[in-house]
Design a protein around this ligand. Structure first.
Ligand code: F6P
Length: 456
């Protein structure tokens, strides 16, 4: 098997004595695939992400015990244009509906340069796949950074068993029409050249409509295969000493109060500011809950080299500060905002919450919405955006959140906190059953089956 993803399964750091140390790679794609494939002989093709990775490649030290690792040392300028401009400032914004359309995006000569860098990075991945692929090897191409790879591989090796999986939503034809037509057509033509998967049937339909309406092409084979949790890894983390220590610290912090939790990257699509505004309204409407609940926001930095993300982080901090200034009393801080990325702390929070808020504007899946209910030990209520892919599977047992409607979100907090214990228990049991029954292994097996079916 071959996996191609922008981020690799391991990151390298050069130490003072010239040797290299390794850490597990970051991001959702790596967390899902790394434990499933480690030690099984898979090849993994990824970009060298920073100085440590690049130095390891140059020194011939970018090797892994678990994978046949191919780290691509890309031209730094081309890589920046590929990742920052096209992947994260254009395609991410497009598929999550984040553009402020009267102002952005603007396509000029700089776009042409960035698009050709996007192409060249995709071509480097495709070339590596072509030289690594052996007969019958399924090749799993992951996410929008590599959307042009399928057509580039097909042009050289039509025989390869290929599947492309996009972890984001897919926008509909009106939004896709914002892209220059040649770029939109190039993306869609590539995706339709192999089976293409998403976490939700809604994104499948949107992708198919884009093929037909924007590009005037029949869509290729497309499927929905939502990612599931990794129960063994979650059980091991929750029962470990670090999570126990974090749980004790959290118990001290909240001091017997009810807990509303969120765990997110600081990311505009996660809709963090509206979550705080809804909580503010909830406290205004419900004096009886003041001092009896803490909103624990475990938020960690993301894409901080992009101006939009820096500005959003400032807005998030400001919104939390405003709520705290308005309502805090001597012994109570209404929002505990924690910007440190400490995984056992997230695990502890998921075990302990009474209400888990997952209110993205749009989200391919949102794995926290599955991991939280699986780990939770207090019959916690899931407040879930209808715009998260995970809503398809969990919506019946969750309380539905309209992500733009803060008055409705405030009412969801009221309902969740006032819910009687029988209903909470029944909903939590159903959520646990749903989240435990579909694992990341099921998802991987389906991807491989789609790749093989196409080749056969
Ligand atoms: O889920 C989509 C995704 O792009 C993943 O591929 C990635 O791990 C995550 O969001 C975080 O983004 P980034 O890799 O840009 O930090």
């Amino acid at each position: 098997m071959i996996v191609a993803s922008h981020r690799g399964p391991e990151r390298f750091q050069r130490e003072a004595d010239g040797t290299f140390t390794r850490q597990r790679g970051a991001g959702g794609v790596v967390s899902a695939l790394q434990p499933l494939l480690a030690g099984g002989g898979a090849a993994w093709i990824a970009a060298a992400m920073g100085d440590g990775d690049r130095a390891a490649v140059a020194a011939g030290a970018a090797r892994s015990d678990d994978f046949d690792l191919h780290l691509l040392s890309l031209d730094p300028d081309a890589h920046r244009l590929h990742y920052d401009l096209i992947s994260n400032s254009l395609l991410w914004f497009l598929h999550h509906g984040l553009f402020d359309l009267p102002r952005r995006p603007v396509f000029d000569d700089r776009f042409e340069e960035a698009w050709s860098a996007f192409r060249s990075v995709n071509q480097a991945f495709a070339d590596e796949i072509v030289s690594a692929a052996r007969d019958g090897d399924p090749v799993l191409v992951q996410d929008y950074h590599l959307a042009l790879v399928p057509a580039m591989v097909r042009a050289q090796r039509p025989d390869v068993s290929l599947v492309y999986f996009q972890h984001t939503p897919h926008c509909g034809p009106n939004s896709m029409g914002v892209l220059p037509t040649t770029a939109a057509t190039e993306l869609l033509a590539s995706m339709r050249s192999c089976p293409t998967g998403f976490h939700s049937q809604r994104w499948v339909r949107a992708y198919e409509a884009c093929c037909e309406i924007v590009a005037g092409m029949a869509p290729g084979p497309a499927f929905a295969a939502p990612l599931g949790i990794d129960p063994e890894a979650l059980d091991a983390s929750a029962s470990g000493p670090e999570a126990s220590r974090e749980l004790a610290l959290l118990d001290d912090l909240v001091d017997g109060r009810r807990v509303i939790l969120r765990v997110d990257r600081i990311e505009p699509s996660k809709n963090i500011v509206r979550g705080f505004l809804a909580y503010d309204l909830f406290l205004e409407r419900n004096p009886q809950w003041r001092e009896r609940v803490v909103f624990v926001a475990l938020l960690y930095a993301s894409r901080e080299n992009l101006a939009e993300y820096q500005a959003y982080r400032a807005e998030v901090e400001h919104a939390a500060e405003r709520v705290n200034n308005r309502w805090a009393t001597a012994g109570w801080t209404p929002i505990a905002l924690d910007p440190e990325d400490v995984y056992p702390r997230s695990v502890a929070g998921m075990c302990r919450y009474d209400v888990l808020l997952v209110n993205p504007l749009k989200d391919g899946l949102n794995l926290v919405a599955k991991e939280g209910p699986y780990l939770n030990e207090r019959d916690g209520v899931l407040a879930l955006s209808t715009e998260a892919g995970a809503f398809d599977e969990l919506g019946d047992a969750a309380l539905a959140v309209h992500p733009f409607d803060i008055a409705q979100t405030a009412s969801v907090f009221e309902s969740a906190l006032a819910m009687d214990s029988d209903e909470r228990k029944a909903r939590a049991a159903r959520l646990r059953e749903l989240t435990a029954s579909r694992t990341s292994r099921h998802w991987l097996d389906e991807l491989v089956a789609h790749a093989r079916a196409e080749a056969g």
